[in-house]
Design a protein around this ligand. Structure first.
Ligand code: SF4
Length: 315
């Protein structure tokens, strides 16, 4: 019997999952991720059409796969429309361990973080996964810095200068970020810098929610490779995307969050996530320099966490 349209039916799978099958399913899930499909959740088998014969009890559950669609992003807590779901039948053994399956990434077998980041960059390729590839980007801005950095900065997306040079934070906001890093007593080359989206939004507009959702899994993989001790989210878009929460900058700043990159695990069992702090985006500080003192308080909190001391001129 052929599977109905939109349904991957895996009833022929053995009950005991063999490694080959596990790899095949991981590849399938990666394929869905690359199509912009990230959310998997269970639905009762009764939802399936009558064309599908029910598997033996305990063998399979269904996973409804949500598809990110720019024209309608469900608000938090909103039910996913059934018309936007593809049903996938997955053996229960996998369903119980679904996040582990999702976490299998090609770079995880590589110990050298520089090579691992290269693998992620190659995986990204000449990316066309979201509409930003059609909106005038010159190049993808992947990330820069020390692949072993203890401190990572994450911004929103590339601007015109970054798009032209292929490196994050190289324009005026980048110069201010460099000064902020210097004020902490370290140099730019000692940290890792990346953005939520890797292509320039036209006119420097804020990236849309679906663009962030499509691009950020690659950032999560970069984070899992770099394994920082602290991430500083620069601005509301970076903070809200990384923390998957909606709050004002006033609510987000001034504390640490426990952070683990979503959907991926580090290959280092010693690294179980990191701390995340939120501060203002340097572009905002250029527009409202009065907030620089507040940003410095955020960075001092980070420095204390990392056991860093500011140079004497800043104390
Ligand atoms: S922003 Fe990210 S997901 Fe969108 S096209 Fe660029 S690299 Fe791909």
């Amino acid at each position: 019997m052929s599977a109905p349209h939109g349904l991957l039916f895996l009833s022929a799978m053995p009950r005991t999952l063999d490694p080959e099958l596990r790899r095949a399913l991981a590849a399938r899930i990666r394929y869905y991720n690359e199509m912009g499909i990230y959310d998997f959740y269970r639905q009762p088998l009764s939802v399936v059409t009558e064309e599908v014969s029910a598997p033996a009890a305990g063998d399979e559950v269904e996973i409804a796969v949500s598809i990110h669609q720019p024209e309608h992003q469900p608000e938090s807590g909103e039910e996913m429309s059934p018309r936007k779901a593809t049903l996938v039948a997955v053996p229960r053994a996998i369903e119980e361990n679904i996040f582990e399956v999702i976490a299998l990434k090609p770079e995880q077998s590589v110990n050298d973080p520089v090579k691992a980041l290269q693998i992620i960059r190659e995986d990204l390729g000449d990316c066309t996964r979201c509409v930003l590839h059609t909106q005038g980007r010159k190049q993808i801005v992947f990330g820069v810095g020390d692949a072993n950095a203890e401190l990572m900065f994450v911004g929103e997306g590339p601007g015109a200068d970054e798009d032209a040079q292929g490196e994050p934070f190289v324009g005026r906001a980048g110069q201010l970020l460099n000064n902020m890093i210097k004020a902490m007593g370290i140099e730019r080359r000692q940290v890792y810098i990346a953005n939520i989206v890797k292509c320039r939004p036209p006119g420097n507009r804020t990236p849309e929610r679906d663009e962030c959702a499509t691009c950020s899994p690659f950032l999560m993989r970069q984070i899992a490779v770099v394994k920082p001790k602290v991430i500083v989210a620069l601005g509301a878009v970076a903070a809200k995307t990384l923390l998957a929460m909606n709050a004002s900058m006033m609510q987000l700043r001034g504390r640490f969050y426990e952070f683990k990159p979503a959907g991926v695990r580090s290959n280092d069992p010693e690294w179980d996530g990191c701390k995340l702090a939120v501060t203002y985006h340097p572009a905002f500080l250029l527009r409202d320099p009065r907030q620089k003192g507040e940003a410095w308080k955020d960075l001092q909190m980070v420095m204390k966490e990392l056991g860093m001391k500011a140079p004497k001129s800043n104390t």
